[in-house]
Design a protein around this ligand. Structure first.
Ligand SMILES: C[S@@+](CC[C@H](N)C(=O)[O-])C[C@H]1O[C@@H](n2cnc3c(N)ncnc32)[C@H](O)[C@@H]1O
Length: 211
């Protein structure tokens, strides 16, 4: 059996999972169904579903090596947690059929994808979330953003330059532009929460609330 230390590991996910979970526990109802987009190493999924015992947390990622990691990490979890995680889904936000026809969720959660994927992934995320969310459901995104009303931290400017050097299609996204894509999909920004290291947790939902 794989040992946890043999699996791909994100130090950033280890650092930010506690603050993100605290926000999720404050924001979410006691139970529901979540679809996580871009689950990566699966550290978040394991941590969040352990801290949200009333939730079913569906992991997903389009990358075959990430899917193998998600499967292996899930297999190491205790049986009750495994049951609440479900087998990871191969899911690229650009695909039309995120979930089986008619299947809806209460939460779509997506951390740290928008800046490490082409800009088209933003529209795809918003359109897909709008399709699969139940009435009253929420899309929660987490990561660094560029704000028109706030100065950008030097560390985020350096991160942006580094991303663009690695791939010109990557880079930190301006909240205004993300909001415009959300609006086209029928979603509105309902709340924004500052988290450590100049990251933000943004809450999106159907309807008119706009912060
Ligand atoms: C930096 S990792 C973030 C992983 C994890 N969410 C976290 O915060 O630690 C970015 C992830 O986005 C995924 N990704 C990239 N393009 C995607 C797409 N078009 N649809 C869904 N996921 C995508 C990658 O496979 C990768 O796992």
């Amino acid at each position: 059996m794989t040992h946890p230390t043999e699996l791909p590991f994100s130090p950033a996910a280890e650092r930010n999972q506690g603050p993100i979970l605290a926000q999720l526990q404050a924001l979410l109802p006691p139970q529901g169904q979540a679809l996580e987009i871009a689950s990566g190493t699966g550290q978040h999924a394991l941590h969040f579903s352990a801290g949200l015992p009333g939730w079913h947390w569906q992991m997903s990622d389009p990358d075959p090596s990430a899917l193998a990691t998600l499967q292996a990490r899930r297999a190491l979890a205790e049986p009750a947690l495994q049951a609440r995680l479900g087998a990871p889904l191969a899911l690229d936000v650009h695909q039309a059929d995120w979930l089986p026809a008619g299947h809806r969720v209460d939460l779509v959660f997506c951390a740290n994808m928008l800046h490490i994927a082409p800009w088209s992934s933003c529209a795809a995320l918003m359109q897909g979330a709008a399709r699969v969310l139940r009435d009253g459901g929420q899309l929660i995104t987490y990561g660094p953003y560029l704000f028109a009303d706030l100065p950008t931290a030097p560390s985020n400017l350096a991160f942006d330059a580094d991303l663009k050097a690695r791939n010109p299609a990557w880079g930190l996204r301006a909240l205004d532009a993300v909001q415009a894509e959300a609006q086209r999909a029928g979603l509105r920004l309902q709340a924004r929460h500052a988290l450590p290291a100049n990251n933000w947790l943004l809450v999106w939902g159907h309807g008119n609330a706009q912060v």
